[in-house]
Design a protein. Structure first.
Length: 309
């Protein structure tokens, strides 16, 4: 080995011993260029597209579903309400009694008003001529009942018999099924007054001829027996069943109140105001009710062209 190479080797060895860094390795060769691929959406883009799809299509479909549900529920509610109203109307005749004389008079008034508004004057006069006969007959019956109330309060029993048992039978027709119960009450009042006045023989005859045939209409099962016992008593109050009897005057007032309860005497000659176009208004209300509570509730109000269907 020559003397010129020795110092270089020593220097290199010294550098290794001193821990000096060696020269960096050469850089790796650059990677080959990527092969071109078709464009694809990134995950963030996919999520945005998905959210757009939900907003554009999913929410609309959900809204439509909610609308259908609400429509079905509303239809079911309408059906249930309509069924309830129909059952209520069918189960109760107290809402409107077509046999009530006052209802019949009001129907005639409605028809008369409609015929006048439409110019059917001859038909209106014919209707009035036919209906006035019944109206006057009803008014006469009610006047007889008012007179009956008056003579009861006065104690004119002979006039009471004429009105109750008269040949016209107008009072009988108005009292209807209440006629015999009311007749029993009238005879009982006369009997108690005879006992109060100590007219025992008259009371006995009255009991046998008037009250006995109407025994089935007594207020309670033992009342007729108590009436018989009064024939041997010195006062009406001797019998426990009649200790609350207040006397002749209050007894007549109670009988008049009983007549008042059976028949409304204040309904005679009532001045009735008929609003304009009342018949058409009632028909419109009936059609609107049927549309609102129909089984298939329409979204658009229909045009009704007939009342007879």
């Amino acid at each position: 080995m020559s003397d010129h190479s020795t110092p270089d080797v020593a220097a290199a060895m010294g550098q290794l011993q001193l821990g000096e860094p060696s020269a960096p390795p050469p850089p790796p060769p650059p990677p080959p260029p990527p092969t071109p691929r078709p464009a694809t959406a990134l995950p963030s883009q996919l999520s945005s597209i998905s959210s757009f799809t939900n907003v554009g299509f999913g929410v609309v479909s959900e809204n439509r579903t909610d609308e259908r549900k609400r429509a079905v529920l509303a239809q079911a509610a309408n059906v249930s309400v309509a069924d309830y109203h129909l059952k209520a109307l069918k189960s109760s005749d107290r809402l409107l009694d077509p046999s009530d004389p006052r209802i019949k008079e009001d129907i005639i008034r409605l028809l008369s008003q409609y015929l006048t508004d439409e110019g059917f004057h001859v038909s209106k006069l014919t209707l009035q001529d036919e209906s006035n006969v019944r109206i006057h007959e009803a008014a006469d019956r009610h006047l007889d009942l008012r007179r009956l109330r008056k003579v009861i309060l006065e104690g004119d029993w002979a006039e009471v018999d004429k009105l109750v048992l008269g040949s016209t039978q107008r009072v009988t027709a108005l009292l209807g099924r209440q006629y015999k119960p009311f007749l029993y009450a009238v005879y009982k009042q006369q009997f108690l007054e005879s006992i109060e006045h100590r007219e025992v023989h008259k009371a006995f005859t009255f009991l046998q001829k008037r009250l006995k045939p109407l025994e089935a209409y007594q207020a309670n099962a033992d009342e007729f027996r108590d009436l018989c016992y009064l024939l041997t008593a010195t006062s009406v109050h001797d019998v426990p069943a009649f200790r609350q009897w207040e006397g002749v005057g209050p007894g007549r007032e109670r009988l008049a109140e009983q007549l008042q309860a059976m028949i409304d005497l204040e309904s005679v000659d009532r001045d009735v105001y008929v609003p304009p176009n009342r018949l058409l208004t009632l028909l419109k209300q009936a059609v609107a009710y049927q549309v609102v509570y129909s089984r298939y509730h329409p979204k658009v109000p229909p045009r009704v062209h007939t009342y007879v269907l």
